[in-house]
Design a protein around this ligand. Sequence first.
Ligand SMILES: Nc1ncnc2c1ncn2[C@@H]1O[C@H](COP(=O)(O)OP(=O)(O)OP(=O)(O)O)[C@@H](O)[C@H]1O
Ligand SMILES: [Mg+2]
Length: 269
Amino acid sequence: MPAAQESSLVAGRSGAATSHTSWRAPKSSSSQQQTLLSVTALTKSYSKAQVTIPVLQGVDLMVNRGEIAAIVGQSGSGKSTLLHLLGTLDEPDSGMIYFDGQRIDNLLPRERDGLRNRSIGMIFQFYHLLPELTMLENVLSPLMIQESAWAYWRNRRRHTERALELLDMMGLSHRIKHRPNELSGGEMQRAAIARSLIAQPRVLLADEPTGNLDQQTGGEILEILRILNERENLTIVMVTHNHAIARQADRVVQLVEGKVQEIADSRAA
Ligand SMILES: Nc1ncnc2c1ncn2[C@@H]1O[C@H](COP(=O)(O)OP(=O)(O)OP(=O)(O)O)[C@@H](O)[C@H]1O
Ligand SMILES: [Mg+2]
């Protein structure tokens, strides 16, 4: 285990914001420019009481490995819907999604669950931590779901070390036994980030990760995401209402009337 002061990503917590221990295997530089996510002609509508609401009406989108992409758009424009489709939490009506060269929009439920557990990390505005579990257990929960009871038990020491390392990176070493209702919003979101990273995902999907936080705490969360992106080459797709946040992304796309409008220069977002 690294010493806390050498590993935290959180300035002013247990260490400096600029130094930490890598939690991912190093990537070859040749892989850095590849397309990681590719979306073509995606459509999705919802039906309620015999009324069909068309939400996504032909979305095209490309996200490169190592990129931060921001998705903006008015409330109800379909940002969360799109993120859920990218995360295989839901299926499109038509169109295609490729993840790292593999088509993922038409996988069987078991294959989708496997892909999501192995390769996709997700964080949400309201954290979605399990209230009855401690922070440590919350961070470990994806592995508990992913592995058989026997495999998890066999690997438990390694998993626990990793979870502690991630909690340390998030400046939460002093909160591992706390339950979510004993934490602040920023602490809960940092725990949710640690949980999203436990299975070493290839992409992090973030749905308004700062939407429930004050400006300073939201800034801390963004800084963590930015460091993870820069240092670990973690690809991040982030939904946000906040154009100031979107301007910090490499690429900004706006959902308008069910389609993507790319804002080429993110500073114009
Ligand atoms: N399960 C559902 N059943 C019916 N309609 C839905 C469902 N989920 C979303 N919708 C509708 O789809 C549209 C897009 O919803 P979505 O949550 O993707 O918007 P959003 O851009 O994320 O909005 P916000 O910024 O408010 O979070 C909305 O009109 C919403 O009411
Ligand atoms: Mg939403």
